[in-house]
Design a protein around this ligand. Structure first.
Ligand code: UDP
Length: 325
């Protein structure tokens, strides 16, 4: 029988990492997970697969890379607001941690990497939907930390023959309730879980601004189901394993929803009204972020399957009830 590739997943106890690990296992890949559990959750990974260590432990990471064909690298901090208050944390963890991982990969001679990047590398885009060749101009340390890593990856393509795919996520959401996997941040800052919390507690959610230049005045985002995101990682791995060269891809649907449209979807799915109040704009929020995802569709043959807003909210709500009831 053909030997299936062995993949090391960093941050596999986190939201997108655990769902991608689940998809990789379903595909029959051998998977090893590293997570320091600073933000991830132990119960998201089978104990025999989980290695609790920090990426800064270069030697420890290198020791786990024996026989590994490719790395999928999620481990990072990802809260924009926190990154503005604690920029050093974002540079030391997201950039420093990645450099240590890359050093370990060089030692172990592992030359394929799928990297979690973000639409935040574009800052306030000039053109919508945003193509991959748009200007890289992040407006917060989180986006900047990811943009810096993308640059380092380009250097290592040249000097080390490292082949990498950077996936620039738009708004990750939804869940895999059947696998018991979903979104659980502490503190929670994301729209859909906060809408559920408002429904569950009766405490109004704050809507950050209704005076944007959009049809209903609230911000527009491109919401992508975590299952479709995971599928993009599997497609990127297949591409790298087949000898594909380094590239960056947007992962989004190409269609945007306003905050109020998402709120209405939550009302429809839960059958309850969402208490809310209009608050001031949140610093650093661009009016609209929508992906041009043609490149990913064309080159990797990827298609979103579960990213209709109703399906996203339905899956996220099923997970929320599982976890928080
Ligand atoms: N948002 C909001 N109230 C909240 C949280 C988010 O109005 O309590 C809005 C936010 O301004 C943005 C959208 O919902 O327009 C998505 O925000 P989220 O933090 O989920 O993701 P981001 O777009 O920041 O990555």
């Amino acid at each position: 029988m053909e030997k299936m590739p062995k993949i090391l997943v960093t941050g596999g106890a986190g939201y997108i990492g655990c769902v991608t690990t689940h998809h990789l296992l379903q595909r029959g890949f051998e998977v090893v997970v590293i997570d320091d559990l600073s933000r991830g959750h132990r119960e998201n990974v089978a104990p025999e697969r989980l290695h609790v260590l920090r990426l800064q432990d270069t030697e420890g990471v290198a020791n786990l890379l024996g026989g590994v064909d490719a790395v999928v690298h999620f481990a990072a901090h990802s809260a924009v607001g926190e990154s503005m208050r604690e920029p050093e944390l974002y540079f030391s963890n997201n950039v420093g941690g990645t450099v240590s991982l890359l050093e370990a990969m060089a030692r172990a001679n592992v030359r394929r990497l799928v990297f979690s990047s973000t639409a935040a590398v574009y800052g306030d885009p000039e053109k919508l939907p945003i193509p991959e060749d748009a200007q890289i101009a992040p407006v917060n340390p989180y986006g900047q930390s990811k943009a810096i890593v993308e640059k380092i990856l380009n250097e290592l393509d040249h000097y080390r023959g490292l082949r990498s795919v950077a996936l620039r996520y738009f708004n990750a959401c939804g869940a895999e309730p059947d696998a018991g996997l979903g979104e659980e941040h502490n503190p929670e800052t994301h729209l859909i879980p906060l809408l559920f919390r408002a429904v569950a507690t009766g405490e109004p959610i704050q809507i950050f601004g209704n005076d944007y230049a959009t049809p209903d005045g609230t911000c527009i985002r491109d919401y992508i189901h975590v299952s479709d995101l995971a599928a993009a990682h599997v497609a990127a791995l297949d591409y790298l394993m087949a000898g594909g060269g380094s590239a960056a891809y947007n992962v989004g649907t190409g269609t945007g929803q306003t905050v109020m449209e998402v709120l209405r979807a939550v009302e429809e799915v839960t059958g309850k009204s969402v208490p809310y109040k209009i608050a001031a704009r949140r610093e650093g929020d661009p009016t609209e972020l929508v992906a041009d995802s043609k490149k990913l569709r064309k080159t990797l043959g990827w298609q979103p399957q579960r990213s209709g807003i109703q399906e996203i909210v339905r899956d996220a709500w099923a997970y929320y009830q599982l976890k928080f009831k």
